[in-house]
Design a protein around this ligand. Structure first.
Ligand code: SAM
Length: 429
């Protein structure tokens, strides 16, 4: 397929997402199934246009003064593919599968936009209602921080030190362009791919099948490292889900001690069993039943809450979530988070640690939750997050926003990772 056919397909998929409120991955998959002539390269290019259009939706719509699938797809090429209106129109010429080239009105709208500055929420590529939330979180940097959340993400891997080490996996993946991560101890990063390129399918690698590495954002790896799980500890991963953090904790503990992996939704735990087998983690018990968890009360050295959240820190990877999020959903998440903190505290033994993590950058889900919890629970105290970060990631303090008594924020702009929040509290003896 030429650019024109790919662009037409992206417009069709964006239309499907918009009209039927479909998840982007499902809409792309369906398009691929009903257009089997399209090769892997075509599908990747179409996916890139669609994801770029969703990441940069406000900017793309602003360029043509129209929030239509056509404006978004053309806008994506102009904003992220180094194309110009002239280069696009040249590429579409004589291509019978292409959408109509940019017409005089569109070219005029585009030219007019070059003169003026876009409003902040447009430059930040966010819904208007999120502006105060981000401003509260990032102060004067909020537009740049939000802009970084609208960029293409890298592909990050965590080397499983139970079965391999970073030099060995680096050698195995030499052809992928992977390099050691700057913050995470066992991380590898394959940088974002430009234009119509796609990341290698690392999960097809024999070294993945052998359990030598997992796909995990560097921010998630750093959050697990900051939790400071040590060999021999008793650990409860209270919101374990598919087990990304659980596996990182098992490696940090060198398979010694015990991790109990729990989740309120049994179905969310389903992938964890295969992942545990593949990674050779031998100190994880999965506890799906509330009664099994209850007997752990007051016995844990570390309770980790990887809380359900808006996911605003992962907008690079899930840009459709940015447009679907509502204030009502934020309120629901906040209530869940407060309740989980209250429930999980009972499992921490005196002198033990309660860790709270979100993949959101909103202060409302992060510092505010910690503040409220500490106010209501005088038997818990905040750790010194500056000292903790300096201890776990020596020489890297500039890579995070650290509030000594409330927690640590990682972000694409500051840390080069997805957005994450981390806070550690200790239960008084
Ligand atoms: C951010 S996800 C966990 C991701 C996982 N820890 C990982 O690293 O792959 C949050 C999880 O919290 C679970 N959850 C929601 N409410 C809960 C509750 N009240 N108690 C325990 N888990 C809950 C959800 O089912 C979801 O799997």
């Amino acid at each position: 397929m030429r650019l024109g056919g790919r662009l037409a397909a992206a417009i069709e998929v964006l239309d499907d997402i918009g009209r039927r409120h479909r998840p982007v991955a499902d809409a792309l998959k369906d398009w691929g199934l009903s257009h089997r002539f399209a090769g892997a390269g075509d599908r990747a290019a179409i996916g890139n246009i669609v994801y770029d259009a969703l990441r940069r939706r406000r900017s793309a719509a602003w360029l043509f003064d129209a929030d239509t699938p056509r404006a978004l797809a053309f806008g994506a090429l102009l904003l992220e593919w180094d194309e110009t209106p002239e280069s696009i129109n040249r590429a579409l010429e004589g291509d019978r599968f292409a959408p109509a080239p940019l017409d005089a009105d569109e070219l005029q709208a585009f030219a007019a936009r070059q003169a003026g500055d876009a409003p902040s929420a447009v430059r930040a590529d966010i819904p208007d209602w999120c502006e105060p939330l981000l401003e509260r979180s990032f102060g004067g940097d909020w537009v740049d921080e939000a802009g970084a959340l609208a960029a293409r993400p890298p592909l990050d891997l965590r080397v499983n030190t139970l079965l391999s080490d970073r030099p060995r996996v680096l050698a195995e993946l030499a052809e992928t362009g992977a390099a050691a991560t700057k913050l995470a101890q066992s991380g590898l990063r394959i940088p974002p791919i430009a234009g119509d390129g796609r990341h290698p399918n690392v999960q097809a690698e024999p070294s993945f099948r052998k359990g030598w590495f997992e796909v995990q954002d560097e921010g998630s790896q750093v959050a697990a490292e900051l939790a400071s799980a040590q060999p021999g500890m008793q650990v409860l991963d209270f919101c374990a889900g598919a087990g990304g953090k659980t596996l990182a904790l098992a490696a940090a503990m060198d398979n010694r001690g015990q991790i109990f992996a729990h989740d309120a939704e049994k179905a969310r735990l389903a992938p964890i069993f295969d992942r545990i087998r593949r990674s050779d983690a031998r100190n994880i018990q999965v506890l799906a039943k509330p009664a099994e968890v209850a007997r752990l009360a007051g016995r844990m050295d570390l309770v980790l809450i990887d809380a359900p959240c808006t996911g605003s820190g992962t907008w690079r990877r899930r840009p459709d979530a940015k447009w679907r999020l509502t204030g009502r959903q934020l309120d629901v998440r906040k209530a869940e988070q407060a309740e989980i903190l209250e429930n999980a505290k009972a499992y921490v033994k005196p002198g033990g640690r309660l860790v709270y993590i979100t993949c959101s950058v909103f202060r409302d889900e992060n510092h505010d939750q910690i503040e409220r919890f500490l106010d209501a629970n005088p038997d818990f105290a905040s750790l010194d997050h500056e000292a903790l970060f300096a201890d776990r990631l020596p020489g890297k303090t500039g890579a995070a926003r650290i509030d000594r008594d409330r927690g640590i924020v990682l972000s694409p702009l500051r840390s080069g990772t997805d957005g994450f929040f981390f806070a550690a509290l200790s239960r008084r003896v």
